[in-house]
Design a protein around this ligand. Structure first.
Ligand code: SAH
Length: 279
């Protein structure tokens, strides 16, 4: 039997996925689109005691959601807790859905807003590259929630770009952000949301200290590697049915190192037609 390192999430022990260095070439897999893709970690979502628990409404519910994640060890960073507490998730999800439960939610166009634990995990993985004044790219920005969190992390001196290929989602994300505490950053121009094919990145403000991809790529897009700053970090789910959240670091000399953080299930990073069936 292989030895099973345990780790605690949501107060329970379970077998952690092996953490290892991987080469980029080993991330290339075949596409398979028929599975019910959602945005969550396979190693936390099913074990979360509050996955279906609503924690209240409005800012009270949002605060309780963050408190729960702190309590169960999902959030360890003070800054990430502050940012997630400041940006009300309820402003970014469809009316009537369980905004503060730890679950992904459908947002239309075969997309989902990721589960809160997934947003917390990505923010923490990228925290060192989301310092005030830094630049970040969020590919597959969807509701704009995580893009808004990035903007609060880097502040008015930083630059955050969100890209999604569904124009209606980009319109919605702009309205969501406008209603939120990140609205002033959008107004001042340190945060912007664009329609585009995120597989090509967004050259205008490259290179980026942090790149996040919110949809699973069959392989890491070269344009995104090119647009990552030396010393920068990318977090990207890679795979088709079986997916892994990869943490990719570009060193100062331009060399690339990648490791697997955990197993996940995300919607695919694909073409607009493939995602929507042509509608
Ligand atoms: N991170 C967002 C949305 C995650 S869902 C949130 O939590 O709200 C994944 C998003 O990726 C969807 O909005 C989908 O439209 C987008 N997407 C998929 N393929 C894309 C591509 N090639 N370019 C840009 N966006 C893409």
């Amino acid at each position: 039997m292989r030895s099973c390192p345990t780790l605690t999430a949501y107060g329970r022990h379970y077998c952690a996925p092996p953490r290892r260095l991987v080469s980029l070439t080993s991330t290339s897999l075949h596409r398979h689109n028929s599975a019910p893709f959602l945005n969550f970690s396979l190693f936390t979502a099913f074990r979360s005691p509050f996955s279906r628990m609503e924690t209240g409404t409005g800012s009270t519910g949002n605060k309780a959601m963050v408190e729960n994640m702190k309590r169960f060890g999902v959030i360890s960073s003070k800054k990430v807790a502050e940012v997630m507490e400041a940006l009300d998730r309820g402003l970014f999800v469809p009316v009537g859905s369980s905004a503060y439960a730890d679950t992904p939610l459908p947002i239309g166009y075969n997309a989902t807003i990721s589960a809160p634990h997934m947003h917390a995990m990505c923010l923490q993985l990228l925290e060192d590259k989301l310092q005030p004044g830094m630049r970040a790219l969020d590919v597959g920005s969807g509701t704009g929630y995580l893009t808004g969190c990035f903007a609060l992390m880097v502040g008015a001196e930083g630059r955050v770009v969100g890209v999604d290929h569904i124009p209606q989602l980009v319109d919605m994300s702009i309205k969501n952000v406008e209603k939120s505490v990140a609205g002033s950053l959008l107004q001042k121009g340190s945060l912007s949301l664009h329609v585009g094919d995120g597989r090509k990145g967004w050259g205008e403000f490259a290179p980026y200290d942090a790149i996040h991809v919110g949809a699973a790529a069959s392989e890491v897009p070269h344009a995104l590697l090119d647009q990552l700053k030396p010393g920068g970090r990318m977090v990207i789910p890679v795979g088709t049915y079986f997916q892994e959240l990869k943490v990719i670091d570009k060193s100062e000399d331009g060399s690339i190192k990648a490791r697997t953080e955990t197993s996940v299930r995300y919607v695919p990073l694909t073409s607009r037609v493939e995602q929507t069936g042509g509608f």
